[in-house]
Write a protein that binds this ligand. Structure first.
Ligand code: FES
Length: 112
């Protein structure tokens, strides 16, 4: 069983392709290592919605590593630290407790 990790998440936010963007920073607590990266973003969005804040918008479709819609830059690398795996196939066990994880738009255009 994977252990839970807590980390700082810096997410690029932008209201549209021509708008100026910025990073928002979130403290993520006790995320299980067997949580996929997109499931972790779902957890963040549930927290944002609960707090009446705008959720983070990201492209995805199959969540099975097939369609390629989930391209995000994670810590400056396309799809993050996983070699040959898409973002939806990246699991939080690849990160360590106390990490700072940055998320930026991938190959797909920014919507918001
Ligand atoms: S959502 Fe289809 S490959 Fe990631």
């Amino acid at each position: 069983m994977d252990k839970n990790i807590s980390f700082t998440l810096k997410v690029w936010r932008q209201n549209g392709p021509k708008e100026k963007g910025h990073f928002d920073t979130f403290d993520m607590k006790d995320i299980p290592g067997d949580t996929s990266f997109l499931e972790m973003l779902d957890i963040l969005n549930e927290q944002l919605i609960e707090d009446n804040k705008e959720p983070f918008v990201f492209d995805h479709d199959c969540r099975e590593g097939i369609c390629g819609m989930c391209s995000l830059y994670i810590n400056g690398h396309p799809h993050g630290p996983g070699q040959g795996a898409t973002t939806c196939q990246l699991y939080m066990r690849k990160f360590s407790d106390g990490d700072i994880i940055t998320v930026e738009p991938g190959a797909r255009p920014v919507t918001r």
